[in-house]
Design a protein around this ligand. Structure first.
Ligand code: SF4
Ligand code: SF4
Length: 107
């Protein structure tokens, strides 16, 4: 059975890999990805992430829906925080639409 760590960002979620729990002191998925509902850009720490990488709104209504998709998996979490940041950063880059050129035409 996997032990839940209730103060880690992704703890207690439905788990993509039942043998994994969210790694304390990681917080990679709270930093690397865009969370538009919070106005958070990729690479910025979430406003709810504490300096010791815990989620202050875990289990509360203010926690963004996207956080429910942060399920620990070997692919995403890797062997350490740096691997998780790299994997999530690559995913973010691959799923971010290219910026459209701004039009300077006016009427
Ligand atoms: S990348 Fe994995 S271990 Fe790190 S905070 Fe997210 S779910 Fe937890
Ligand atoms: S609200 Fe912020 S700190 Fe909490 S799980 Fe989501 S991204 Fe992480």
């Amino acid at each position: 059975m996997t032990e839940e760590r209730s103060d880690s960002p992704a703890a207690g979620l439905g788990q993509a890999d039942a043998s994994l729990a969210c790694r304390p002191g990681c917080g990679a998925c709270c930093i690397a990805v865009t969370i538009s509902s919070l106005g958070k850009a990729a690479g910025e720490s979430c406003r709810y992430l504490t300096p010791d990488l815990r989620c202050t709104v875990f289990g509360q209504a203010g926690r963004p829906d996207i956080c429910l998709s942060f399920q620990p998996s070997r692919e995403m979490c890797g062997a350490n925080r740096d691997e998780a940041l790299a994997w999530l950063g690559a995913l973010e880059a691959a799923t971010t639409p290219p910026k459209r050129p701004t039009s300077s035409q006016g009427g």
